[in-house]
Write a protein that binds this ligand. Structure first.
Ligand SMILES: [Zn+2]
Length: 324
């Protein structure tokens, strides 16, 4: 068994598990809040604690752990193991040599990767992208991330930065983004953007199921609430998903023009909206993209659920350890 530890460091949740990288099976799952507000030191301490517990659990099950992969919600430099930006985690994460810090504490090889690049690798190997040569994967959650497989190769670009779909410009004079740019897709189509649109509707006094679901407490409006209201048929919530789907469709059209994938995979919490989101995306792509054979592209939902990211992080660690 090729056993690795996979860790998924998100802005909200921190997950870790033992992963059999031959099958994608996970065991000994640890899943808790990241508590990112406590700062990098506390979060790093929790990651180390998870790894140590999993190493012990692995030993008890006579499984030799070969390495640790950590998917992070931001841009680590995959060659140096240093964090560049973690936009959704508060505190000073820039330039933190996360790989070296953790390697020293856990005495195992550690490899970092962006969380959605990890998800892409897992979906390509075990999920919705199995057997497909060229794949684009977008995860729509708090932010928007992505990853690409081109001609049967997991494509990473310089330092692992290929696939930053959330930071492609969809409004040239748009809102300022946490990445330092402006008009980025994730300001208009992420879960946070959806929640903000919902808040605006309720504040403007529009009668909507969104307000009823949270008893008019604006702080409780999330992307999940918008999706629930839309599923219950609320026209304002459906309008928000239409608008988000339009922006995503424009972005997907841009991606088609660059890599012409056979399959586009949508993951992340917001993708649970299913057809309510997929339909406006595909409609927009069909309306706007004419130089790529859109009819030959599959638009599908991710298959691996919440644990895809940590499975992919473990796959990444294996690639690094085996020198692939
Ligand atoms: Zn940006």
């Amino acid at each position: 068994m090729n056993c690795y530890i996979g860790v998924d460091l998100g802005g909200t949740n921190l997950r870790a598990a033992l992963v059999d990288t031959d099958t994608g099976q996970i065991s000994q799952l640890r899943n808790g809040p990241t508590l990112a507000a406590e700062g990098p030191q506390a979060v790093i301490g929790r990651i180390i604690q998870h790894i140590n517990e999993l190493t012990k659990a692995g030993a008890a099950a006579s499984c030799v752990i070969r390495g640790v992969g950590i998917g992070v919600a931001g841009t680590p430099d995959i060659d140096t193991g240093v964090i560049q930006i973690l936009p959704n985690l508060p505190g000073q994460w820039s330039n933190v040599p996360l790989q070296a810090i953790i390697e020293e504490q856990v005495r195992l090889p550690v490899a970092l990767i962006n969380d959605v690049r990890a998800l892409t690798l897992a979906e390509w190997r075990f999920g919705a992208g199995r057997g497909v040569e060229t794949v684009a994967c977008l995860a729509i959650g708090t932010g928007i991330g992505g990853g690409v497989v081109v001609n049967g190769q997991f494509h990473l670009g310089i330092g692992g930065t290929a696939g930053e779909f959330g930071h492609q410009v969809v409004e040239i004079d748009g809102l300022p983004c946490g990445c330092g740019g402006k008009g980025c897709l994730e300001l208009y189509a992420s879960g946070s953007a959806m929640a903000a649109m919902g808040v605006k509707e309720v504040m403007h006094g529009h009668t909507t199921r969104i307000g009823e679901l949270v008893d008019h407490d604006l702080n409780l409006i999330t992307a999940e609430i918008i999706v629930q209201a839309a599923q219950e048929g609320d026209p304002i919530a459906r309008g928000i998903l239409e608008r988000v789907g339009m922006y995503l469709g424009i972005a997907v059209g841009n991606i088609l023009g660059v890599i012409s994938p056979q399959r586009v995979i949508f993951g992340g919490g917001v993708s649970r909206a299913g057809d309510l989101l997929l339909k406006p995306i595909v409609r927009t792509v069909n309306e706007r993209v004419h130089v790529i054979p859109v009819g030959k592209v599959d638009f599908v939902m991710a298959e691996l659920g919440n644990h895809g990211g940590l499975v992919g992080a473990a796959l990444w660690a294996r690639r690094r350890c085996e020198g692939e």
